[in-house]
Design a protein around this ligand. Sequence first.
Ligand code: NAD
Length: 635
Amino acid sequence: MSEIIIRKEGRAGRITLNRPKALNALSYEMCLETEKALDAWRHDDEVDLIVLDAEGDRAFCAGGDIADLYRSAQEQDYDYGRRFWSDEYRMNAKIAEYPKPVVAFLNGFVMGGGVGIGGHCAHRIVGESTQISMPECSIGFVPDVGGSYLLSKAPGRLGEYLGLTAARMGAGDAVHAGFADHFVPEAEWEALKARLVETGDITSLPVHAAPESPLKQTQDEIDALFSGEALIDVVNALRNSDSDFAVKSLKTIGRNAPLSMAVTIEMLHRLRMGQSDIRKALELEYRVCYRIMEHGDMIEGIRAAIIDKDRSPKWRHDLENVPAADISKMLLPLGKNALSFRERAMKIGFIGLGNMGGPMAANLAKEGHAVAGFDVAGTTAEGVASVNSAAEAAKDADVVITMLPNGEILRAVASDVIPAMSKGAVLLDCSTVDVASARAVAELCGAAELGFLDAPVSGGIGGAAGGTLTFMVGGTQTALDKAMPLFDIMGQKAVHCGEAGNGQAAKICNNMILGITMVGTCEAFALADKLGLSREAMFDVVSTSSGYSWSMNAYCPAPGVGPQSPADNDYQPGFAAELMLKDLRLSQQAAGAADADTPLGLAATELYETFVEQEDGKGRDFSAMLPRFAGRGRS
Ligand code: NAD
């Protein structure tokens, strides 16, 4: 039986935690599956809202699966925990920021990881059995999964009280403290879920008064006792009071990890300063996670609580003596190891490791993705595992990327890889090909329940190596969302141009303009030569007048004039004339198919055809049109 049940019902996406015997404690798998479902439904028109609930009546979710953390830390493997937390926190942020309503039904225990998945939803429903708490300080950890954010926003010093003592909140307290939104008697929950599923309409939430909040009655005392600058101030305030509440709180605090509580106070103070949001809180929490297994009390806390169950943890510090330096060490920024919210590493198949594909694949591998590459020429790329066929590269891949010479080859490769790909994976073609081939491959992918994107690039070999390409993307938003983290690595910008084929359409139109403006710029320089106007003067005028263009301003075809360009390197490409000819031919093929009148595009195509096929253009940069024009007369 699956630990989490994910399905679409009526107008809703439904996520049900399904480990009732383990009080629905959140496993790594459950975090990843939740994130996958959120990603899939983000732009799914059949899903208006998400309903999140849990099997069993004892707990919505009583925390995270900490036994695995303990086992990995025993083997000095701290990376497992870091990976788990960074994936879990990204999911927590996605829930908090989700563009569609997420309705969570928080029954029974809702602790730690349960607050992370249920406590940031837009509509948090609580009932008679609800018991919410952040108990991390009792196992030598700190309130995490964005819990520190909720604590920092709770009225007065409630955050400190709840974080340090792990006190449980019933429905009334949860609403008062900002951990829940609506009280609905649990007898009504099933009917309410059915209504949400049927209508997809969030406005049908019933309105009930929340029960009394005992915490609200105690708020003044809590504010007085828990407002100290540091843990020792709180401890002293509690010792100086003889109220039952203070005595009980002090007893609880006496059992919990001093370092954890001191760090928690510092975190809440920092989060209350200036603007904070869930990401800021998660990033702060992650600093602690990163270090606490090795340098804090967490492993000892887990041992005492759930491994040896002796309930006698030996904490590193006394309540009275947690040095400020130890607190700040836990919270120091992590530099390049900081929580990035970047998507989990993907399995990528990369087909076509030529001048462009090679460095693009290497950049993906460098960022931690598992890249399997194939090229008929046997070329490889750094960090990329070579495999023996395109189909092998595509097997089990989340995304298959192609970077191939033309549409015919793309179609042939697509017919090999599509049957090997898993449902839901995305075929991402970055080659420059004809619009018809892109659309034909998109159709094959659709029939195989795969996503497809045509995403030709601009930026050339330098952009491929430097990760600064611009992608012009055609295809669905869902496929684009999946590929976005890869575009972020390979390029600086991805522009969504609409449906499949539109990326190629944009590329072809752009490069037709480029071919035309380069020809125009070159013939104007040749004319200026013959009129006795210096190239320098011509550049100075045109680059700041209405004749300016990228061809003149950024890629000036005259050697020694304007910014550095292939003209300064004896017209070594750069962007080879034959590649420009390829793109211009694609523009004319598309114009023919669409019955578009493109006389200048046609003229540029013919000029580059002559240049490449009958003159000395092949292997030279496309701006070498300038010496061609300069050496000719009018006839
Ligand atoms: P390239 O010729 O260097 O690379 C293409 C690679 O595909 C080659 O290594 C080739 O062996 C491989 N290949 C061919 N058939 C294959 C098959 N059936 N299976 C696997 N591999 C196969 O070309 P490139 O410069 O890398 O350009 C790739 C694409 O990017 C082209 O569509 C091009 O128009 C476009 N593009 C290139 C530039 C540039 O400046 N080079 C700029 C923008 C776009």
